[in-house]
Design a protein around this ligand. Sequence first.
Ligand code: ATP
Ligand code: MG
Length: 528
Amino acid sequence: MPSTVGVQSEVTRAEAEERPLISIKEVSKSFGGVHALRDVAFSIRAGVVHGLVGANGAGKSTLIKCLAGIEHPDSGKIIVDGVAVQIAAPSDASALGLAFIHQEMSLIPGWSVLRNMLLGQDPPTRLGLIDWRPARVRARAVAERLGMKFGLNISVDDLGPADQWLVLIGRALMRDARMIAMDEPTASLSSEEAGRLHTIIRELAASGTAVIFVSHRLDEVSALCEDVTVFKDGQVVDRRVGESVPKAELVRAIVGRDLEIAEHGQEPAEHGSPILVVNDARDGSRVHGVSLVVHSGEVLGIGGLVGAGRTELAGLIYGARPRLGGSVVLDGKEVRFKEPADAVRAGIGLVPEERRSESLFLERSIDFNINVSSLGSLRHSRFWPFLRMRESRRRARRLADAVTVKARDVADPVGSLSGGNQQKVAIARWLVERPRLLILDEPSRGVDVGARAEVHRVVRELASQGTGVLAISSDSEELVGLCDRVIVMAEGRVTGELVGREITEDRILSLSFEHGDERKTNDDVRCA
Ligand SMILES: Nc1ncnc2c1ncn2[C@@H]1O[C@H](COP(=O)(O)OP(=O)(O)OP(=O)(O)O)[C@@H](O)[C@H]1O
Ligand SMILES: [Mg+2]
């Protein structure tokens, strides 16, 4: 028997569903031959966190860009507060109280927190200048609401990714947003930081703001979202209103079948000789004496919180950061790379964390991006470039398929792919010429649940052919599914090592919070 309160809340909910904040009606959008959205229809309610999920390229970001006035639907209607609206430009969306944090949007480096929060606001004085005093007062109020623990005057360069996200949310709140859409806000956050963001999102919803939340982390969608819409190939294939959907059901709706999620690592297979030996590497700031070995055929994971020094450690190995001490030995030879290109020449494959700025040529084709590491080797052919064209295109197609890149044609620019599909291209490149060592920094960031399994399979296959793999990931589920061995770092030091079946999410997490002790780092870590 439902209580009176229960009945009342049911009534309120029914009313709210009848009067949604935003209704999307039969919205379609094509890019050339690609139907990014086909007759998409669903509603967004005030005060509710609404999850948008679906495979890479399913149309989530395109839908959000249509609401933001960045893309324009070919047909269909967008209704806000019962009135059909034209959102021709971002300023129209802003005037309607809709705020956005896009998938690849970033802060202006070098600018202060305050200036970044004010970005895009209409200049409030007649001279077109920002009147700093009231702006600062408002920003302070927003900062307090979000629990920002840093000053408004510091440069955003000095903030970690979770705090940078807070600044982006702060920017949205500066405009009195009635709805905030967040496209994969937690992709680059550790689980602890993501938890902080969840609390803020819940509070935003409780205060009446509608939140659109896009994520490939399905456990958080399950825990956080009251309404969920599932996209597949540009269409809505499932809609849930007022219920939390278990993760396994979300997986089934997205992938079309159940996926097994490993609870612990596998017994490691026999490995070959050491490929990479790092001894006591340090940079004087973020990495304080780390030693590790990667063997031929082995996938070694590095876990830990964002900011633990993992990316910096990788940078010390491949020459992106100056190393102050320790040694790096590749295939028995001590190396010191001046820049990443030297490391690539020496047989190291790199998939950096910031794939868009550091590894992909967005205006160039998928074909070019996949073949770029091997253009030199093809040049030896007598029939180059004719052979190169045909051969490389065929090869690109095969490799793009192997990692399930969703694209119309390999001649299309990488910039036209969805975020997750760009990441797959960055990985496919290294399947062309098997590197001796492959360094992956957050390999499945933004990659959907089905494709992630494919990416892992492909990486393991490379390893089985003798490549040593070093995989950094903040996602402990990924480390469990991918690695033979995992070391965990905290505060620039190694806090422990897990092998085979010892690798579980819980153990990775608890090691992430331990203090990196210098003595332990160099003596206790099993290297052989
Ligand atoms: N500007 C564009 N030009 C051409 N095609 C595009 C463009 N923007 C998106 N697309 C295509 O539209 C489809 C939907 O892309 P969208 O970015 O919306 O996917 P998504 O669901 O956000 O994926 P992800 O999870 O990888 O971010 C994809 O096939 C993509 O390649
Ligand atoms: Mg997207």
